[in-house]
Design a protein around this ligand. Structure first.
Ligand code: PLP
Length: 367
């Protein structure tokens, strides 16, 4: 196998894939694979319960939060969140990159269906999405239904580490966070958020599941016309089993959670992720400008490291050489160009060292 730096779907832990392979045809002696079984049978129900219990333990999810395993991706949540939470009010949005901008646009599009609206509380777009606005510059609506932000911008490589941003949100306004690309990468205080959501295909498992962690008091405010499968309260009342859930993806997510627990949980992952990202950023910064990352140091993502070669004419050769060296998924998003190395939980430090060795060698040959 190659080292996989794809932004999403991204690398999955090798031991998890090996276990999936071993259990594919015959799960725990059942004579069939888990994806062939009824979602209401005791086998799958036990998988679902264990998966939720392990996630609750890993993230320290308080009892007054529901965990929902939904479908439709984080993109569908861009609409479901306003539809479920607005209840005739206005939502505040912080725009710090492509994903939070998309969430804001979708909220504006659908808000009227929940009798509400969406407004901008702050944006770093004018500066090119290379940092976060200072908390003091945000224009909050103290009566907002919620405040939405993306705590890791996958394309621009901007991560929120600064609690001051969350601290600045007016009391009583729930914080809604898109954590798609850094959930489970480090401990997070769930109680600081009203709702956390994440597409699965980075740190959770295969695409097909969307995780929503939502505080109880935010349930039950959807308009009566909202499609049933989009209503968080209905999904919570049915333990995410109103209809057939993505059983195979949930099973794999459960194995990923067990793998994380076995490695020491999220504090251990944080140490590992900080080491990986530190090695790569330090190398980029010491390359004398041959490679560059434009993001302010305090907001540099540990999960997604975009970088450019100062001489963009070398991009194609860089990528071809990387592929030949067994390094995959490094092409940057088309909207920003250059390269991007995604260093999700499943990527070990050896993978990052292999990337740095290649980058050093390429610079020596072409710099
Ligand atoms: N939010 C963030 C931060 C993302 O990185 C992505 C991309 O994968 C999305 C939302 C959209 O997720 P999905 O493709 O699951 O709809």
């Amino acid at each position: 196998r190659v080292w996989n730096f794809s932004a999403g779907p991204g690398a999955l832990p090798q031991p998890v894939l090996e276990q999936v392979r071993d259990e594919l045809l015959n799960w725990h002696g059942a004579g069939m694979g888990i994806m062939e079984m009824s979602h209401r049978g005791k086998e799958f129900m036990s998988v679902l319960e264990q998966t939720e219990a392990d996630l609750r333990a890993l993230m320290g999810i308080p009892a007054n939060y529901k965990v929902l395993f939904l479908q439709g991706g984080a993109t569908q949540q861009f609409a479901e969140i306003p539809l479920n939470l607005l209840a005739g009010r206005s939502a505040d949005h912080l725009v710090t990159g492509s994903w939070s901008k998309k969430a804001y646009k979708e909220a504006q599009r659908v808000a009227s269906q929940a009798g509400g609206s969406a407004r901008l509380a702050g944006s770093s777009e004018a500066g090119g999405f290379v940092g976060l606005p200072a908390a003091g510059t945000l224009d909050f609506d103290p009566k907002a239904a919620y405040f939405h932000l993306c705590t890791n911008e996958t394309i621009h490589g901007v991560e929120v580490f600064d609690d001051a941003l969350i601290d600045a949100v007016p009391a009583g306004v729930p914080v809604v966070a898109d954590m798609s690309s850094h959930i489970l990468s480090r401990p997070m205080d769930v109680s600081r958020y009203g709702l956390i959501y994440a597409g699965a295909q980075k740190n959770i498992g295969p695409s097909g599941i969307t995780l929503v962690i939502v505080r109880d008091d935010l349930l039950g405010h959807a308009p009566a016309t909202l499609p049933t499968v989009m209503d968080y309260k209905v999904m919570a009342d049915n333990d995410s089993m109103l209809n057939t859930p993505p059983t195979f993806a949930i099973y794999i997510a459960g194995l990923v959670f067990q793998w994380l627990k076995g490695l020491g949980g999220l504090a251990a992952m944080e140490a590992r992720n900080a080491e990986k990202a530190g090695l790569l950023y330090d190398f980029i910064d010491a390359s004398g400008g041959f490679y560059r990352n434009p993001v302010e140091k305090s907001a540099r993502s540990r999960m997604n490291v975009p970088f450019v070669l100062t001489d963009a004419a070398l991009d194609a050769d860089f990528l071809a050489g990387a592929k030949a060296a067994g390094l995959s998924g490094l092409k940057g998003h088309k909207s920003v160009g250059g390269m991007r190395a995604s260093l999700y939980n499943a990527t070990p430090v050896e993978g990052v060292k292999a990337l740095i060795d290649y980058m050093r060698d390429f610079q020596a040959r072409r710099g």
